[in-house]
Design a protein around this ligand. Structure first.
Ligand code: DX5
Ligand code: ZN
Length: 225
């Protein structure tokens, strides 16, 4: 059983004109979630390597880089070198997942894979022992502020079963549409790292929103046997 729920506010929902203050406002969180979009794997563009370097240097907490890009083989290592403490890439984007994971880990960062909502848990069969984190998307990636897809609960339970069967305990992160109304259920189903964009940066007090999500998430964690 994981010790605690970790909260990873997504700066995609932050005020970009005041990014330094926005980072300071989430100093009580566990990760800065950094969404990289390439306009190809997903129909949107966001941030790249140069901004990550500055954020990793300035952020009071570790950076969790989520690569929504078509060519993680070419870029994942560069995000690790640029200062991301955790680098995750989409399993749909490469046939060489073990190679990409090793490249990230060789840089001293942690490494994980991401599954889109329609990608089955069985796609982790050959790789579950090699990941530090599994990120289950609970929306189709590309935009913040979308609604949570309920099929994620079943996938979380399937993933928990797979981890038990193999005797491994990667971090299990959920991304998209998580807020106060559903975070307890998401954690009860198996998540222990919660990405929250609009539910943190859309709140009047970001730090308080982080605390509230963590508290509600802990209730879910406590419901697990
Ligand atoms: C979506 C991104 C998410 C997004 C989450 O493609 O990967 O990290 O910022 O935003 P919310 O929490 O608003 O759904
Ligand atoms: Zn993300």
């Amino acid at each position: 059983m994981p010790e605690d729920v970790k909260i990873a506010p997504s700066i995609l929902a932050a005020n970009f004109l005041q990014l330094g203050d926005e980072l300071d406002s989430i100093a009580n969180a566990d990760y800065v979630h950094y969404d990289v979009m390439d306009g190809h794997f997903v129909p949107n563009l966001s941030f790249g390597l140069d901004m990550l370097r500055q954020i990793a240097a300035a952020a009071p907490i570790p950076v969790d880089a989520h690569l929504m890009i078509s060519n993680p083989d070419d870029y994942a290592v560069r995000y690790a070198q640029a200062g991301a403490d955790m680098v995750t890439f989409h399993i749909e984007a490469t046939p060489h997942a073990h190679r990409v994971l090793s490249g990230i880990k060789d840089c001293g960062s942690q490494a994980g894979v991401v599954l889109c909502p329609s990608t089955p848990i069985s796609s982790l069969d050959a790789i579950i022992e090699d990941v530090d984190m599994v990120l289950l998307m609970s929306v189709n990636p590309g935009y913040g502020g979308q609604s949570f897809i309920d099929g994620t609960y079943r996938k979380l339970r399937q993933l928990a079963d797979l981890c038990d069967e193999r005797g491994v305990q990667p971090l299990i992160e959920v991304d998209g549409g998580v807020a106060a109304h559903n975070v307890e259920e998401v954690c009860a189903a198996g998540a222990n790292v919660i990405v929250a964009g609009s539910s943190v940066f859309g709140a009047p007090n970001h730090g308080a929103a982080v605390e509230q999500l963590r508290e509600l998430g802990r209730r879910g964690l406590a419901r697990r046997s």
